[in-house]
Design a protein around this ligand. Structure first.
Ligand SMILES: C[S@@+](CC[C@H](N)C(=O)[O-])C[C@H]1O[C@@H](n2cnc3c(N)ncnc32)[C@H](O)[C@@H]1O
Length: 179
């Protein structure tokens, strides 16, 4: 079967504002995400979610990774404007430039749902997470609400990452703990 190409998501200022002021604070609160530690957002795009994570979680290390260099450039400008210290990487979530167990929390706002070979992405998430670390992802409900047609029938292939077991599920987001 031919590999499905990734289709970019548009830049919608109102959505960005909602993600920054509502979605990220709600996710952090509802999942009781731990403060401090090392946090990675995979598929960080324009970096909209990174400033509220920096503000609300005060991580010791914050990193954002995206395959699109132009989006990382935009994210870099955003971080400079906001004075937020973030390590930004142009890289593929399926082959990340980090050592094993580099992060305490990995956050994904839908990237692994929309790429080919999501199994490899989950394997990489497991590799870079420390034992006991958290992988935070959007639920199927969240995907269906935001992208009803594009997400139809899509599920993350959790069977590829048996080390990740359900920790909390809060309707729109879930966290899985890495064994
Ligand atoms: C659903 S968007 C999420 C963007 C941003 N985090 C947000 O919440 O608005 C998915 C992002 O994943 C990136 N992406 C697509 N394929 C990727 C891959 N293989 N590795 C890393 N990032 C990828 C896209 O460039 C895009 O920025």
């Amino acid at each position: 079967m031919a590999e499905q190409a990734y289709e970019p998501f548009p830049d919608i200022p109102r959505r960005n504002l909602m993600q920054e002021t509502l979605e990220v604070p709600a996710l952090i609160h509802l999942l009781h995400l731990p403060h401090g530690g090392r946090i990675l957002e995979v598929g960080c795009g324009r970096g909209v979610a990174l400033p509220p994570m920096a503000k609300l979680l005060a991580p010791e290390r914050l990193a954002g990774l995206d395959i699109d260099p132009e989006l990382i450039e935009t994210a870099s400008e955003r971080m400079q404007e906001r004075g937020v210290a973030v390590g930004l990487y142009v890289a593929d979530v399926r082959d990340m430039p980090f050592a094993d167990h580099s992060f305490d929390t990995v956050i994904d706002f839908g990237t692994c749902h929309h790429i080919s070979n999501p199994e490899q992405a989950l394997r990489e998430v497991v590799r870079v997470l420390k034992p006991g670390g958290l992988f935070v992802a959007e639920t199927v409900t969240s995907q269906l609400l935001s992208h009803p047609f594009r997400s139809k029938g899509q599920r993350l292939p959790w069977q590829a990452a048996p080390e990740l077991s359900t920790y909390k599920n809060r309707l729109l987001w879930k966290a899985r703990t890495r064994a």
